[in-house]
Design a protein around this ligand. Structure first.
Ligand SMILES: [Zn+2]
Length: 93
């Protein structure tokens, strides 16, 4: 199920959606709720509603207290995008 808006938001060029979460009392990364109609975002930590969503680049994630890695992206796997170069889980021989 492809959501064009989500795809656009998560593209490298656009950055990641983020906004203030009332519950967490900080700026958090947000994800688009799979709710057709109005665009509504929820906190990735507590699933609470996030208003005033804006896009942040990877370089700005530090300011929000996040690591550079994308939390929405599968991590630690070797199947795709092993860009870190530290993938030594499966070695031939
Ligand atoms: Zn939250």
């Amino acid at each position: 199920m492809l959501d064009e808006t989500r795809e656009a938001l998560l593209s490298d060029a656009a950055g990641l959606p983020a906004g203030p979460c009332a519950k967490c009392e900080r700026e958090v990364l947000a994800y688009l709720l799979p709710d057709d109609g109005a665009e509504r975002y929820a906190c990735v930590h507590c699933d609470g509603p996030v208003r005033r969503v804006y896009l942040v680049g990877e370089g700005e994630l530090d300011d929000l207290g996040y690591a550079v890695s994308d939390p929405l992206r599968p991590q630690g796997g070797c199947a795709t995008g092993c860009a870190a170069g530290g993938c030594g889980v499966k070695r031939p021989g």
